[in-house]
Each structure stands twice: as structure tokens, then as C-alpha cells.
Design a protein around this ligand. Structure first.
Ligand code: X5A
Ligand code: ZN
Length: 561
């Protein structure tokens, strides 16, 4: 029997670079206890409050996300996975190729990702999903102090979450995977770039940049990712599928004409845009909501009027990776206005800022452009809880943005996964358990919830479900509103239609109700991230210790009576 003292899992905040040695603890427990007053600060710890009375409970680990759950509930509190889930034994999550026993998943997935068994019913589904197990083989060989954020678990987590929800396999059609051809790649990348990527297949471990790795399987993974995106684009454009989601890695939007960078090898969105055009599309809209600017996609289409690139990203006057994407970058050589950058000036921006930008910039310009095909470069690193992005977009926000784009270009919409990571700092969490008079910190290795719940919310909209909340009377942050107005001032020269939006926002400027909590939170999160991690942990541990010893004392007293 276990006694659970603290209800919530602890999410460790901070930059991954601060991580090294963090848990070795420069302070002893006794040191921290002796200095309790010094360690307490104004941080809001209300959500860490232990339950008033310790409860006797049996806990269980979730097979999907590793969260510790309390005995009574059947589904994981975090990810919804069933307590007795056999999910890891099935399909692409299995170590062996095929499901052995019966399961709630009716189909089988071959090693190459082809789906057999439920194809009949799945083929009638309007939403197509592109996935292949071989993309999981792309991984960093070198063991660092923390796992690379762009790691195979990302796809596993999303796939597990979709399978659990009965969405895929189940309600979507799987499209067969194929590697992109050299000819198709050459429409986007230089021959030299393609050869460089291909060459990594001969090398056990290699690097394009210090953070962009390859192993022997990476070139194939990148070709499969691009191939899946190309085929999804032509299937959707030609009406064989209504819309689609490319569950692919490595990501693509930082990959330019001749360079791999930012974890990206081939530019999947660019390949898809050109595939849609080969299938007959005249004008393609790419909306990039990854928290980073898609410098590669911008470069590839910079002088191209048939592809409108719109990106929302953290910019901070070029201080945020990769540094490009200022509002003044609008396209070149006659294609001015066909690149629209919405550069946030700080972290902490959330649903309301994104929706404001969609209502006043993305949708009016997209409507004027009148695309016949739409691609979302969908990174989920602006999600609440993402340790690289430090922004605040929720799954509901992602669902709403998807919904707002779902009627442009007659519903022909392809969503392509870009970033959205779980670094060790966010993915390590501890569960504190009080058992037989002693404290147990249970170390949970990862928790991939933010990327998978966001992706699941997006696919549900593709399947025709309504995003849960209404978009009305939104209160953006002051910084968000400022950015949107700055963009409108620049883009109104190219898109006369947005002039009205600018006048409207300017007149609202005075009476606007801001949500400055968002911006403050962004700063706070950054401040915290800069503090040594052990400091925070020291305090948390101390807090637990404090409550537990108090509880023990009370218990002893009761027993003595
Ligand atoms: C695809 C993506 C981020 C690269 C960050 C490099 N890449 N520090 O989100
Ligand atoms: Zn990103």
C-alpha cells in the first residue's frame, strides 16, 4: 500500500543547457532545510499544495506517458491511456512487427507503415495520415547529457495518443509510404545538398550543424518524410482524400535550398507545395505556426508569387533562433507581399494572440490570395509547457487555428508536423510518494503530453469535429497586439484588404483589454529558466520535506495519545 502525499507531477523547468549536473545537488538537504526562509520566495506554488490529509492509494504507471496515476481511475490522468493498455505491444509501437493478442485496435501495421486489416473501412475516411516506422530510426547516436529534443519518441507519443483515441488507426486512411525521388527533391534543393544528405547513409554518426544530426537511417527517413508529404498533397489536391496529416520526421522548415539546419534535412512543406502544383494547384498557401521562423521555406519561395508563405514565430529582434523573419521581410524580385512574417517580440504569447493574428492578418490576406491548396507547417513548440518555445498555445488554440484554415482553398488542407519537442528538462518529472515512513522520489523518464494532445486536437478538426471553444471577444497581450499592428502597417501596401483591419485595431488600441498576464508569464518563465535548476528543486524538495515531517509529527502525536 502506498500513501500518496502530493497529487501533481513535478515538471522541471529550465533550459536544457542548465541541466548538466543539476540533480547532483550542490546543496545538501540539511543545508536547504537550515535555510528555509532564504529559499522561500514569491513564486506561486498554489498548484503544489499537498492534499490536506494523506490518502491511501495504489498508484500505477501509464504505459503511454509514464505518468503515475491514482488507483481508482481507469484512464491516465494525463494522456487518457487505459490502465491496462497493451498499446506498446501493437502496430508501430511494438518491438515485434505484429500484434500478438487481440486488442481494441483492429488493424495491423507492417514494418513499412502500411496498414492491413482495416483498410476497407479506413479507405472511406476522408482524412489521410502519412506515417512510416522507418522514420523512427533517425536518431542521434552520440550520447549527450540529455537526449536530443527531436527524437523518435515524438512520433511514438503522437501515434500512441492517436491510437488510444481510436483516430489512427481507426478513423483515418493510411497512405502508403514512398521515398521522394531525386527529381522531385531537385525542384527544392541543390544537387549538392541532396548528395550531402544521401552521403550520411554511409556514416554511423554525422552532423550538419552541432544540433542537426544524422545516422545511417536519416537520409531514408528524410526521403520518406518528403515522399509522404508529396503524396498526401497530390491525394488531397486531386480529391482522393479530403485533407491530411503528415506524421513525419525529421522536420523540414529550416532546410533551405542548400543547407540542412535546425534539425531539418529536406524541406517537407516545400516539397508538398510543389507536388500540389504538379497535381494542378495554381496558388499554394503555407501557414507556419512552429514557434521558430521557417527560414528555409521563406528562402525557397522568396521570389515566388504562386506560394504565399505566412509565418508566426518568436523573433525578439532577431535574438530568437534562427534570427530571420522580421516583419520587413516580405518577399523579393516581384514577389513582395507573398511572404508575411508575424514576429512576436517576447515569449508567453498564447491562444488569443494567435487568434488575433489569424483574424486580422492570416485570414484576410489568405482570402485575398485565394489559394487552391493550403499547407500548415505545424510545429507544436509554441504549445504551453514547451521548454524551447516558452509560449502558451493550448490544444484548443491549435484546434481553432486549424478550424480557421479549414475552409480556405475548399478545405484542401495538409498539416505537416514540424517541431514541438520534449526536452529532458520538461520531460523529466518526479512523483513524490510517501511510503512506510520514508520519502520516495519516483523519476519518470518522459512525458510527451503537450505535443500529442496538440496534434490530436488538430486531427480531430480535420475529421470534422468542432473545436471546443468559441472565438469571440478575445483579449490579446499588449505585445501581441503591437506585433499584429506592425505587420498590418507593412502588408497593407501589398494587400489592400487588410487596411480595414488596421483602422479597426487602431481605434480599438485605446480601449483594448489586454491579457498582460501572458507576457508577464513569458518573462517569468524565462527568468526561471535562467536560475540554476537545483535551486528550484531544492525548494520543492524542501517543501515536501516540510509537509511530510509536519504530517509525521502530527501522526506520532496522535499515536502517542
Ligand atoms: C524544427 C524546429 C528548432 C531548432 C532549434 C535549434 N527546430 N536550436 O523547431
Ligand atoms: Zn520549431
Amino acid at each position: 500500500m502506498l500513501m500518496l502525499v502530493v497529487r501533481r507531477a513535478v515538471v522541471l523547468e529550465g533550459c536544457s543547457s542548465d541541466w548538466k549536473g543539476a540533480m547532483h545537488g550542490d546543496l545538501t538537504f540539511q543545508d536547504m532545510y537550515n535555510n528555509m526562509e532564504l529559499l522561500e520566495d514569491e513564486d506561486d506554488d498554489s498548484d503544489w499544495e499537498p492534499v490536506a490529509e494523506p490518502v491511501e492509494m495504489i498508484s500505477w504507471f501509464c504505459t503511454n506517458c509514464t505518468m503515475v496515476n491514482l488507483g481508482d481511475i481507469a484512464h491516465c490522468d494525463l494522456c487518457g491511456e487505459h490502465k491496462t493498455s497493451g498499446i506498446l505491444k501493437h502496430g508501430f509501437l511494438a518491438s515485434s512487427k505484429f500484434p500478438q493478442e487481440d486488442s481494441h485496435i483492429d488493424g495491423k501495421i507492417e514494418a513499412n507503415g502500411n496498414v492491413i486489416g482495416f483498410q476497407q473501412s479506413a479507405l472511406s475516411s476522408p482524412t489521410a495520415v502519412g506515417f512510416d516506422e522507418r522514420m523512427l530510426l533517425h536518431s542521434e547516436i552520440e550520447m549527450k547529457s540529455h537526449p536530443h529534443p527531436e527524437r523518435p519518441d515524438r512520433l511514438r507519443a503522437i501515434a500512441a495518443s492517436l491510437a488510444t483515441a481510436g483516430i489512427f488507426p481507426g478513423r483515418c486512411q493510411a497512405i502508403a509510404a514512398r521515398e521522394i525521388t531525386r527529381e522531385e527533391l531537385e525542384r527544392v534543393h541543390s544537387v549538392e545538398h541532396i548528395q550531402t544528405v544521401d552521403f550520411t547513409a554511409n556514416i554511423f554518426s554525422s552532423y550538419f550543424t552541432p544540433d542537426t544530426y544524422a545516422n545511417e537511417h536519416s537520409a531514408r527517413a528524410a526521403r520518406l518524410a518528403a515522399g509522404l508529404c508529396a503524396d498526401l498533397a497530390s491525394a488531397i489536391f486531386s480529391g482522393r482524400a479530403k485533407n491530411g496529416f503528415a506524421l513525419v520526421r525529421p522536420p523540414g522548415h529550416h532546410a533551405g535550398v542548400k543547407q540542412a539546419m535546425g534539425f531539418c534535412l529536406h524541406n517537407n512543406a516545400a516539397v508538398a507545395a510543389l507536388a500540389a502544383q504538379v497535381a494542378g494547384a495554381k496558388r499554394v498557401l503555407i501557414v507556419d505556426w512552429d514557434v521558430h521562423h521557417g527560414n528555409g521555406t521563406q528562402e525557397i519561395f522568396d521570389d515566388n508569387k504562386s506560394v504565399l508563405y505566412v509565418s508566426l514565430h518568436r523573433h525578439e529582434d532577431g535574438k530568437f533562433y534562427p534570427g530571420t523573419g522580421a516583419a520587413s521581410e516580405v518577399g523579393s524580385k516581384g514577389a513582395e507581399g507573398y511572404c508575411v512574417n508575424i514576429p512576436w517580440s517576447c515569449g508567453g504569447v498564447g491562444d488569443n494572440d494567435y487568434i488575433l493574428a489569424f483574424q486580422h492578418v492570416v485570414l484576410p490576406i489568405a482570402t485575398e490570395f485565394a489559394p487552391d491548396f493550403t499547407i500548415i507547417s505545424a510545429g507544436f513548440d509554441a504549445a504551453r509547457g514547451d521548454p524551447l518555445g516558452h509560449c502558451d498555445v493550448t490544444p484548443v488554440g491549435y484546434a481553432q487555428m486549424t478550424d480557421m484554415l479549414s475552409n480556405i482553398s475548399g478545405g484542401k488542407l495538409l498539416v505537416i508536423l514540424e517541431g514541438g519537442f520534449v526536452t529532458l528538462t520538461s520531460s523529466v518529472f518526479f512523483q513524490v510518494i510517501f511510503h512506510e515512513n520514508s520519502l520516495h522520489y519516483i523519476y519518470c523518464s518522459y512525458n510527451l503530453r503537450s505535443i500529442s494532445s496538440s496534434a490530436t486536437a488538430v486531427i480531430k478538426v480535420l475529421l470534422g469535429e468542432n473545436p471546443s471553444a468559441e472565438v469571440a471577444d478575445i483579449a490579446p497581450s499588449r505585445a501581441g497586439l503591437q506585433t499584429v499592428m506592425e505587420v498590418l502597417k507593412i502588408q497593407k501596401d501589398f494587400w489592400p484588404g487588410v487596411g480595414a483591419s488596421l483602422t479597426q485595431l487602431q481605434s480599438l488600441w485605446e480601449g483594448f483589454s489586454y491579457d498582460d498576464k501572458a507576457a508577464e508569464k513569458g518573462h517569468k518563465m524565462r527568468r526561471r529558466a535562467e536560475a540554476p535548476v537545483w535551486w528550484k528543486w531544492g525548494r520543492k524538495r524542501l517543501l515536501y520535506h516540510h509537509f511530510i515531517t509536519r504530517h509525521l509529527r502530527a501522526k506520532r502525536k496522535r499515536e502517542q495519545k
